[in-house]
Design a protein around this ligand. Structure first.
Ligand code: AGP
Length: 371
């Protein structure tokens, strides 16, 4: 009913708008008054935690993209080697793991069969399993050694939105907690990042408040046959998620690429009028930014219509992009939390304009309980 949807036409739209709250609730109670992280639910003693010499993040779909973001954060802040793998691939490749390996699974529903089978396999190999999950008492947390709950609230729409942002936040908390316990050299950076995380709900609200620009863009581009997304570093999983949302909701052909790979093949598909979204790394990462600016020029020279997502106050891209979507200024590693939101709004808006049911897209299930 309309009441259940909080006055919105679709659960999807409601859930996109609940994201500031989902992030705030996932942070709630986890940062102590002393500025230190508290994650008692990790259920690993400091000694056990210091023993961990490898982290493998495992998930499916949108949750896998949260895992890709996690890898950048974990390796940067903790210096522990981290792999990310699709749950459906993991146990079939004879992975190397033992009791000093921490397997981190990410699942909104807690019922995804591929992920559950990966957990069972990992535990048989004596690895410890920590799950990031949004659903209390579901199968995945029950079968894991420990769980960090995301507090996004029930996600009804089949495609994940607020679940994803809450997962990304939980991954940062996990990485920062490891860094805090190991006492790595980034003490000041950790404190600074926790302060920045606190400001993220307001930053996401700012992106939502500017949604009209993206909805208008969706009307302009609703006739596109194919749409591309480019990103680098943590902007790469954002590009993949932007493309996935468009496939799931609008049934459009969409692809996300690491921008550096463009020249190794994908640039061949660029033709006149193809929309290309580009997640531009913050100005602070000038080397990455320089490279992505040349990617924008390369696709534009071949007729692409370029839409750049770029932080406020950064005008380096103005001369090259056909359209600019402004993002609040946040540290590079946190950029996915603000950069994903316009892409969710875009996919949702194109889909509703095409007359699709965005809450229950064809062929998809909310939790995939078969292998
Ligand atoms: C819909 O296509 C899928 N349910 C997808 O959104 C989802 O991300 C994937 O199946 C993983 O689900 P999980 O997070 O509940 O494990």
């Amino acid at each position: 009913s309309a009441a259940e949807k909080g006055g919105y036409d679709w659960f999807m739209v409601k859930e996109i708008h609940e994201q500031p709250q989902a992030i705030a609730d996932t942070l709630l109670g986890r940062i102590g008054a002393d500025g230190r992280l508290q994650l008692d639910e990790m259920r690993l003693s400091d000694g056990e935690l210091r023993e961990v010499d490898k982290i493998i993040v495992i998930a499916c779909g949108t949750s896998y993209y949260a895992g890709m973001v996690a890898k950048y954060a974990i390796e940067h802040w903790t210096r522990i080697p981290c792999e990310v793998e699709l749950a459906s691939e993991f146990r079939y490749r004879d992975p190397i793991l033992d009791h000093t390996t921490l397997v981190v699974t990410i699942s909104q529903s807690g019922e995804t069969m591929d992920t559950l089978m990966a957990i069972r396999y990992a535990r048989e190999q004596r690895a410890r399993v920590l799950s990031i999950c949004n659903t209390n008492g579901s199968t995945i947390p029950r079968e894991s050694d420990a769980v960090i709950y995301t507090h996004a609230g029930p996600e009804i729409a089949v495609a994940s939105t607020k679940g994803f942002l809450a997962q990304v936040v939980a991954c940062y908390l996990l990485a920062l907690y490891f860094a805090q316990t190991k006492g790595v050299k980034y003490g000041d950076e950790i404190r600074a990042i926790l302060d920045e995380l606190d400001k993220i709900p307001a930053a996401v609200q700012t992106v939502l408040d500017r949604g009209e620009q993206v909805r208008k863009l969706a009307s302009d581009l609703a006739g596109s046959r194919s749409i591309m997304f480019l990103g680098r570093h943590v902007g790469y999983p954002v590009a993949l998620e932007g493309a996935l949302k468009l496939k799931e909701l609008a049934y459009l052909h969409a692809e996300g690429f690491a921008a550096g790979e463009l020249k190794h093949g994908p640039i061949a598909v660029i033709e006149e009028g193809v929309p290309v979204f580009v997640v531009v790394p913050p100005k602070a990462r000038d080397q990455l930014q320089e490279k992505i600016l040349s990617n924008i020029q390369e696709v534009r020279a071949r007729g692409a219509r370029t839409i750049a997502l770029v932080e406020e106050g950064d005008d380096s891209v103005v001369a090259y992009a056909d359209e600019i979507i402004r993002l609040p200024k946040v540290p590079t590693l946190l950029q996915p939390l603000v950069a994903t939101v316009p892409l969710q709004i875009f996919a949702c808006e194109i889909a509703t304009q095409l007359g699709h049911d965005v809450d229950q897209p064809r062929n998809l299930a909310k939790s995939v309980t078969v292998e």
